[in-house]
Design a protein around this ligand. Structure first.
Ligand code: PLP
Length: 497
């Protein structure tokens, strides 16, 4: 069966999976969604024995139906290889009474690697399938982790260029160093004088700029997106929820059919949406706990049905979740509006012009799979400290937000279902925040001394990704105002400004 995709803002037009991946965003500004979520066509029993790569194939083939078996298996083989520091790709670790699904064993030690190590292969395959001869220019706004993961994925990939925009004061020191030391002729990194939402809105505006698209095409370029709005990011993320459930079964941690709760530290709503899709495919998931930091716009939304971004933007110790416009929520809004593109467009227009919208009572009743929660900065630190003292396990700040929200929920509802935590980053990526949560004395140390200290405290080896930046040369120094992103792109592509 051929699965087609349509825009969340237009019911007429459908595209194939490969077209949706190539375009990233629909011309009408909407996001591509599959016309229906496929059901898993293999049993959990069969999934139990499968490797990550095998699981990836059985899940992704149902979403990317216009890719041949050979194409898809080739993409999977190229993505999930020795770039990961463990053969199981996404290990499950039992920490206290929770299962942590560690999604940070790829090249840049954050969960973005799970999708961004395969996206360049999906994209170049999609280009070939659709006879695209233009060079593909990947434009990406990052809250810290996407940028490096996309740079690492696309560096040196023939037929592509990548331009990454990050908020100058909104990323961790390690995140910044990872990006500005990126090698590769086809890479560019720009610091924006602004926050992530401004960078993301700027990139979206560039995508929607038809005049610019025309100019680019004359020069032999076309844009595509590596942001989590691209369906080529979302689909690979569904894989690890299926895999995690099957492994829990295989290890005898669950009875057949037993439901689990999944907690996801959330920013742009991509990772948790993938868990929702996994549930719809047939994975026995009861609740999806959406964990926010102090930028708790999603918590408020799930509580009230009102999305309101008009509030102070808080810089927290979990910068990859410092987001007030969660782009992927649009896909959920569209689903709970019974795929009513007009209704969805109306709400998104209200978000754009007024910064707020309210869903109907009927839509609200369809959100019962989700529970919103948030952690304050102090609660996040306490979660890191407590888990470390009780178990010896060191969590990063993003994962700690999820762990806090999960524990608070268990406590409040007395829900005893087994809990899976999406563990999204290595503590090494946020060493200062992590170590000072354990003991304030560490704040006196320099960046690299912190790394050495974390090795002792966590008793895990320093990841390759950190070793790489210790002495690497800074090669990207561009900066610009958020309003000047278009000129910057043209300059990088050597076009007339
Ligand atoms: C991107 C990111 C998140 C948020 O994921 P979304 O898909 O944007 O909700 C959480 N934690 C880390 C470490 C991240 O890099």
């Amino acid at each position: 069966m051929n699965l087609l995709y349509k825009s969340t803002r237009n019911k007429e037009h459908t595209v194939t999976a490969s077209e949706a991946i190539l375009k990233g965003l629909a011309d009408d500004g909407g996001l591509f969604v599959p016309v229906q979520i496929p059901k898993l066509d293999v049993s959990m029993e069969a999934l139990k024995g499968m490797s990550y790569q095998e699981t990836a194939y059985v899940v992704m083939k149902q979403f990317l139906t216009d890719f041949t078996e050979e194409e898809l298996k080739h993409c999977i083989r190229c993505a999930y290889d020795s770039k990961f520091d463990t053969e199981v790709i996404a290990p499950l670790v039992k920490v206290g009474d929770k299962y942590h699904l560690e999604l940070f064993h790829g090249a840049t030690i954050a969960f973005k690697d799970m999708a961004l190590s395969i996206l360049p292969h999906l994209l170049t395959t999609a280009a070939r399938k659709n006879q695209v001869t233009n060079e593909i220019v990947i434009l990406t706004a990052t809250s810290g982790d996407t940028g490096k993961a996309a740079l690492a994925g696309f560096a040196g990939v023939p037929g592509t260029r990548i331009i990454v925009f990050y908020p100058k004061d909104g990323v961790s020191q390690v995140q910044r160093l990872q990006m500005v030391t990126q090698k590769g002729e086809n890479t560019a990194v720009v610091a924006i004088h602004g926050n992530f939402d401004q960078a993301q809105s700027g990139v979206k505006a560039l995508f929607e700029d038809q005049e610019l698209a025309g100019e680019l095409s004359k020069e032999g370029y076309q844009f595509s997106s590596a942001n989590s709005i691209n369906i080529g990011r979302l689909v690979p993320q569904v894989v690890y929820y299926v895999y995690a459930y099957a492994k829990l079964l295989e290890h005898g941690e669950l009875e057949a059919g037993e439901e689990i709760n999944v907690t996801v530290p959330t920013g742009n709503f991509g990772n948790i949406l993938a868990a929702y899709y996994a549930k719809q495919m047939g994975v026995p998931i009861a609740k999806l706990l959406c964990a926010s930091n102090e930028n708790k716009v999603l918590f408020d939304f799930f509580r009230t049905g009102c999305y309101d971004k008009n509030r102070e933007f808080v810089l927290t110790s979990s910068p990859s979740m410092d987001i007030l416009i969660s782009s992927n929520l649009e896909r959920l809004i569209y689903a709970i509006a019974d795929q009513n593109a007009e209704k969805n467009r109306e709400l998104m227009e209200a978000l754009r012009t007024k910064g707020t919208y309210e869903i109907t009572q009927e839509m609200k009743t369809k959100l019962s799979d989700f529970v919103g929660g948030y952690a304050t900065e102090e609660e996040t630190r306490a979660a890191i400290r407590d888990v470390y003292h009780k178990t010896g396990y060191v969590m990063d700040t993003h994962t700690a937000v999820a762990a806090h929200v999960c524990s608070a929920y268990q406590e409040r509802i007395k829900d005893t279902k087994k809990a899976l935590i999406a563990s999204t980053a290595s503590p090494y990526k946020f060493a200062r925040s992590v170590l000072t949560a354990i003991d304030a004395k560490y704040d006196a140390l320099g960046e690299m001394a912190l790394i050495d200290e974390l090795e002792k405290v966590s008793q895990t080896a320093v990841p390759q990704a950190i070793e790489e930046i210790r002495n690497a040369q800074i090669v990207h120094t561009r900066e610009c105002d958020a309003e000047k992103m278009k000129d910057m792109v043209k300059e990088i592509l050597h076009m007339a400004v």
